[in-house]
Design a protein around this ligand. Structure first.
Ligand SMILES: Nc1nc2c(ncn2[C@@H]2O[C@H](COP(=O)(O)OP(=O)(O)O)[C@@H](O)[C@H]2O)c(=O)[nH]1
Ligand SMILES: [Mg+2]
Ligand SMILES: [Zn+2]
Length: 296
């Protein structure tokens, strides 16, 4: 409510937002208008137009989508090199969606305390890759925040005064990190339940927390695959800045960078100036767009 209190609200089963087929008509971060009936129940009457949102396909083969959060300032994608492995495909699909909706994205590599030397080298490599693509990164251990110089300060500065979507695979440490940063100071707001996923009655909750120093964080339940939606085949490269840039030198202006002759992108992948992991992620989205199907 406007006064900051919680109110349990209902929504009509057939509530749909214009043009969006979503499994959750109301998302965390939405501003809503509610009407209280004489029996005391609250009903959501109107959802205000969203400034932006992050959306993914709900499940395999599903044509429906799941709005992770609305009206956000930035995304902090929490990832782990191991325990569990976050795939670069997952990272790139998420980043491409952030590009599509023009939301700034930060990559936070967690659980550095668990990594072997080899994995630490992999971490450095990935950080360098994403930094070179203008995605700021941090490497942290949510379990040892105080022991790590100024990571706590860097994270707090990143989150202060903004509405941040925390996302990432299940088990990467989103909840642990939030607790380590703000502990009991977090004010929890109402849960939004999404009766989504696989039709198996798994109910998941996204929660929004207000930070003591201003700003808010939305903690989403871990997501497994990330099905990108709404991308036309021709626009996929727009969300991979290096592919887009190099693609201007392709022989054909409508080059999909798959098997065309004179393709500057394929050449750059062979030369190593475009990371193969990024190119593979690009292809995986392109493949979805071409065949109208979903991949994890
Ligand atoms: N060793 C280590 N374990 C961590 C770290 N962060 C989280 N964990 C553990 O990883 C597991 C999953 O964390 P959780 O916060 O629930 O992940 P979420 O699903 O992303 O919210 C828990 O057992 C945490 O204690 C870390 O930096 N280092
Ligand atoms: Mg969690
Ligand atoms: Zn090309």
């Amino acid at each position: 409510m406007n006064d900051g209190s919680d109110a349990e609200c209902h929504i009509k089963g057939n509530f749909r937002i214009r043009g969006i087929r979503s499994t959750n008509p109301v998302a965390v971060g939405d501003l809503v208008e509610i009407q209280t009936l004489s029996d005391g129940t609250n009903w959501i009457k109107e959802i205000e137009e969203r400034r932006n949102y992050i959306i993914r396909k709900s499940t395999n083969l599903s044509k429906e989508s799941h709005i992770l959060a609305a009206n956000i300032d930035q995304v902090a994608l929490i990832v782990t090199i191991n325990h569990p492995v976050t795939s670069t495909t997952f990272i790139d699909r998420f980043l491409a969606t952030c590009e599509a909706y023009r939301v700034r994205a930060y990559l936070i590599f967690n659980k550095t305390d668990l990594l072997t030397d080899e994995e630490l080298a992999q971490l450095d490599e990935l950080r360098a890759l994403y930094e070179s693509l203008d995605y700021p990164t941090l490497a942290i251990s949510a379990k040892q925040l105080n022991a790590e110089g100024n990571t706590r300060e860097a994270l707090t500065a990143l989150l202060t005064g903004k509405t941040t979507l925390f996302s990432g695979n299940s088990g990467v440490g989103k909840s642990t990190l939030l607790n380590a940063l703000f502990g009991k100071e977090l004010t929890r707001t109402g849960k939004i339940s999404d009766a989504h996923d696989t039709g198996m009655h798994t109910t998941t909750f996204s929660e929004m927390y207000f930070l003591p120093q201003g700003g808010a964080v939305i903690d989403t339940p871990g997501i497994k695959g990330f099905g990108t939606i709404d991308f036309e085949k021709e626009e996929v490269s727009h969300y991979f800045q290096e592919i887009f840039r190099v693609g201007r030198d392709c022989r054909f202006s409508n080059c999909t960078h798959t098997s065309e002759p004179g393709c500057a992108v394929q050449e750059a992948v062979i030369k190593g100036s475009i990371a193969i992991s990024r190119y593979e992620s690009y292809l995986s989205i392109l493949n979805d767009s071409t065949e109208g199907k979903y991949r994890g």
